[in-house]
Design a protein around this ligand. Structure first.
Ligand SMILES: *[C@@H]1O[C@H](CO)[C@@H](O)[C@H](O)[C@H]1NC(C)=O
Ligand SMILES: *[C@@H]1O[C@H](CO)[C@@H](O)[C@H](O)[C@H]1NC(C)=O
Ligand SMILES: *[C@@H]1O[C@H](CO)[C@@H](O)[C@H](O)[C@H]1NC(C)=O
Ligand SMILES: *[C@@H]1O[C@H](CO)[C@@H](O)[C@H](O)[C@H]1NC(C)=O
Ligand SMILES: *[C@H]1O[C@H](CO)[C@@H](O)[C@H](O)[C@H]1NC(C)=O
Length: 415
């Protein structure tokens, strides 16, 4: 049937988009009339389903596209003081494809020995598990997407101490956890997922819950209000004399490292990638390829400028090349590189991926001046970008590796 075929096609499309991140490729700053949600024109007071005591919905003629203006934007960061996120919620599955989870281990009421390894295992349905984005730089930064009609994402498990009783009467402090782990793999490919609690837990009473998320870590969005929970919780006890705090606790070494990594990203700002080590590492990723593409595009865009500007531009290129050489030798020189790039992001497109959005945001202001350099100049730029990419790749291999590994190790506890 046509509807089914359409759904299938759009699901495939969604996969492709999710994979190449093309969903955000619409660079338009205006709302397409075809995307306006007229349901947001009304506050609900005169609509079907209205009931006494209900709040008036906020209304918008433009999908609230400027809702966060003037507020602290989330901007992909885990901002601990609060923020406003302007990213749309995204694709929502059918009622027949809603997410549901059951914890298999530990079981409700189990007792576990303190300080001893155990696995948390769970079965989830209607989640294409194994997809997670960079949690410190792209938190809530893109919409929920579907593949084959189910949410693409991952889940987390979080264990909290319930105090003296398994049935506390006060809500637990959400900033405190005895163990936390993002389950970033696809498990058995059929929703059976697990997390190893290496080192176990100290003796105590605990609640274990899942937190199911779309790829960008937002809680999953479901199609109808009346439904079963997408998450599961069990309560269990740990007995014995071992009081060793798990490394993945809020006060464990990895829990603290993950929080500090997120804070570091906030201090860097949107894009969160200005360190030279990060730039080196990034050069080994697809971002470098994207930068090369950008460089080529810019080389074309530069076609036709005068020799006077060519000279200037070459000067800048040299400056950039030198800055990159300096980086190749001294990884700590991130700021110097950022400044050099800020002169000319166009000529130095390779750096865009590496130096991070913040450094290059300033550079964009200079782009007008660079519009239309001679084709010969464009070629030089391209070569320069290529050379730079090679340097960065070497840099990435030589110097970014340790940082990359360290970041990977830390990330697995926060995504
Ligand atoms: C407690 O458990 C941890 C993690 O398994 C272990 O390293 C430590 O030796 C244990 N301590 C005692 C006193 O048994
Ligand atoms: C946890 O699961 C892994 C993979 O199935 C298994 O190798 C390991 O023995 C399990 N650990 C425990 C403590 O059961
Ligand atoms: C960047 O390069 C262009 C083209 O060579 C030049 O016109 C412009 O002045 C440069 N920007 C800065 C800030 O030097
Ligand atoms: C690059 O920018 C710095 C600081 O604005 C400036 O002093 C320098 O002249 C610029 N270099 C070129 C080649 O335009
Ligand atoms: C070259 O770029 C300059 C700005 O740097 C611009 O004023 C000029 O018109 C461009 N030349 C051509 C031939 O497009």
């Amino acid at each position: 049937m046509v509807f089914g075929r359409l759904l299938g096609a759009s699901a495939l499309f969604a996969v492709a988009l999710a994979q190449n991140n093309a969903q955000g490729s619409d660079a338009s700053l205006t709302l397409d009339p075809a995307a306006v949600q007229s349901g947001s024109f009304v506050n609900g007071q005169n609509s079907l389903g209205s009931e006494a005591g209900q709040a008036s919905s906020q209304t918008s003629q433009n999908n609230f596209i400027n809702f966060c203006k003037g507020q602290t934007l989330t901007n992909g960061l885990q901002i601990t003081t609060g923020s406003c996120n302007g990213i749309v919620m995204g694709q929502i599955p059918a009622k027949t494809k809603m997410i549901s989870t059951v914890l298999l281990n530990p079981k409700n009421g189990d007792n576990i020995e303190s300080g001893k390894d155990f696995n948390i295992t769970l079965q989830v349905q209607n989640l294409q598990a194994g997809s997670f984005t960079n949690a410190v730089a792209t938190y809530y930064a893109a919409p929920q997407t579907l593949a084959n009609g189910v949410v693409i994402g991952h889940t987390h498990v979080t264990v909290q101490d319930t105090g003296n009783s398994l049935n506390p009467t006060q809500p637990l402090d959400p900033t405190q956890f005895a163990f936390f782990k993002g389950i970033n793999d696809a498990g058995n490919g059929k929703g059976l997922l697990s997390a190893a609690v290496t080192g176990g837990l100290p003796a105590g009473n605990y609640r274990l819950c899942t937190l199911t998320s779309a790829s960008n870590h937002q809680p999953v969005i479901m199609p109808v209000a009346q439904r079963g929970s997408q998450d599961d919780c069990v309560r269990f006890t740990v007995s014995g004399n071992n009081n060793t705090v798990n490394v993945a606790a809020s006060d464990g070494s990895k829990g603290e490292a993950a929080a500090s990594l997120a804070a570091e990203a906030v201090s860097i700002g949107p894009g969160a990638a200005t360190t030279a080590a990060g730039a080196g590492a990034a050069a080994n990723t697809a971002a470098a390829a994207a930068a090369a593409t950008t460089a080529a595009a810019n080389a074309n865009a530069n076609a036709g400028n005068n020799s006077k500007n060519n000279g200037k531009n070459n000067g800048n290129n040299n400056a950039n090349a030198q800055a990159n050489n300096a980086n190749a030798n001294a990884n700590a020189n991130a700021n110097a590189n950022a400044n050099a790039n800020a002169n000319n992001s166009t000529a130095n497109a390779g750096a865009t991926a590496n130096a991070g959005a913040t450094a290059n945001a300033g550079a964009n202001a200079n782009n007008n001046a660079n519009n239309g350099a001679k084709s010969a100049n464009g070629k030089a730029n391209g070569q320069n970008a290529q050379q730079q990419q090679q340097q960065q790749q070497q840099q990435g291999k030589g110097q970014g590796k340790a940082a990359r590994l360290a970041r990977l190790a830390r990330r697995q506890y926060i995504s």
